[in-house]
Design a protein around this ligand. Structure first.
Ligand code: ADP
Ligand code: MG
Length: 339
């Protein structure tokens, strides 16, 4: 009997995997921004056209890539960020799966320009549907520029499934804000269809929040700070009187990575007990630093769901820290008056 099972060619495997990593243009934005952060960039520029449907470009001034790496980066499971299984429990970078670029290059037209600081010349390379169509030595700025054009050009079903430009661009802004909030020290810019949407100079967390969400945010912020063996906490919650009916700006970061956690959100709400009007929610920007070996980020390809070793302790520490800060700022209950 002959066998009927075959290994799929790489470009087919990449296209299948891309479905998991790349849901929409905003997924490309997230992956490219995080790569730029990992490359040590101090300035990162995001250029978007048609809500990312025709172009997502990220330009960084990070460490760039060698000629060989410029090709290798598009291979599946090709990464410079981890070497051994143990490294998964000691992560210091946003990336580590080595699959984003392979996935993106399988479903778009990608142009890469990159140069390392010590080199005079860099690399200019084009890859379309996992196939290299050109590679040249070129005069390019230090750092890296990835242009991702015509996303899902070869998967019409996916392309048709994309929402309106307004909706897709909202998703892009969400990803941009999350990365920008996680890295206040890095300068970020965002252009859409030729207009400047954000120009955020590198600064501190408070200034970054104000630069993104507007000057009136400043007076609302209540700083939080806590340091234990399990977790370091910093960031801001907001005074209860500014709570809104909608959830709005609620951000958790764990080791400089945006995460979602219904459980920790509950801890925040518990700290506000008795201070909020019925159905109102505070904005918060909370940064948790935990030892890398006590957090599992490898639960889902997009890495927004994570698992902490000692969630219960984290809950208790977070709640008491916020309660303490709100108390210190002499925040009065607002239950009995309207504003
Ligand atoms: P991962 O980030 O998980 O390693 P990616 O597919 O996103 O996987 O990237 C593959 C590799 O390409 C990275 O490990 C890195 O070495 C290199 N790379 C990607 N983007 C950049 C960049 N902007 N600057 C320098 N190197 C980069
Ligand atoms: Mg990556």
């Amino acid at each position: 009997m002959s066998s009927i099972i075959q290994l799929l060619p790489d470009h087919v495997a990449n296209q299948i995997a891309a479905g998991e990593v790349v849901q929409r243009p905003a997924s490309v934005v997230k992956e490219l921004l995080e790569n730029a952060v990992d490359a040590g960039a101090t300035e990162i520029k995001l250029i978007v056209k048609d809500a990312g449907k025709t172009l997502v470009q990220v330009i960084d001034n990070g460490k760039g890539m060698s000629v060989t790496d410029a090709r290798l980066c598009f291979e599946r499971h090709a990464t410079s960020k981890i070497r051994h299984a143990e490294d998964l429990f000691d992560l210091h970078t946003k990336g580590f799966r080595g699959e984003a670029l392979a996935s993106i290059a399988a479903i778009a037209h990608v142009e890469l320009k990159t140069r390392q600081d010590q080199e005079e010349l860099g690399t200019h390379l084009i890859i379309e549907g996992s196939k290299f169509t050109s590679q040249e030595v070129a005069v390019v700025p230090k750092g890296t520029s990835f242009s991702v054009k015509n996303l899902f050009y070869n998967i019409p079903a996916r392309r048709n499934f994309l929402k309106s430009d307004t909706v897709e661009f909202r998703h892009i802004i969400d990803e941009f804000e999350r990365v920008a909030l996680a890295h206040a020290n890095i300068g970020f810019m965002l252009y859409h269809n030729g207009s400047e949407m954000f120009n955020l100079p590198g600064s501190n967390t408070r200034q970054r929040i104000v630069n993104i969400f507007g000057g009136r945010t400043n007076e609302k912020l209540v700083p939080i700070k806590e340091s234990t063996e399990i977790v370091g906490i910093h960031g801001f919650v907001t005074k209860p009187e500014f709570a809104k009916k909608s959830r709005g700006e609620q951000f958790f970061f764990a080791n400089d990575r945006f995460i979602k956690s219904g459980y920790l959100h509950h801890a925040v709400m518990a700290a506000y007990e008795g201070l909020l009007k019925e159905g109102c929610q505070p904005a918060y920007y909370i940064y948790l630093d935990v030892p890398p070996n006590t957090i599992d980020i490898n639960i889902h390809p997009t890495k927004t769901e994570v698992k902490f070793d000692d969630e219960h302790a984290l809950y208790a520490i977070l709640r008491s820290s916020i309660k303490h800060s709100l108390g210190q700022f002499n925040v009065a209950p607002v239950l009995d008056f309207d504003r």
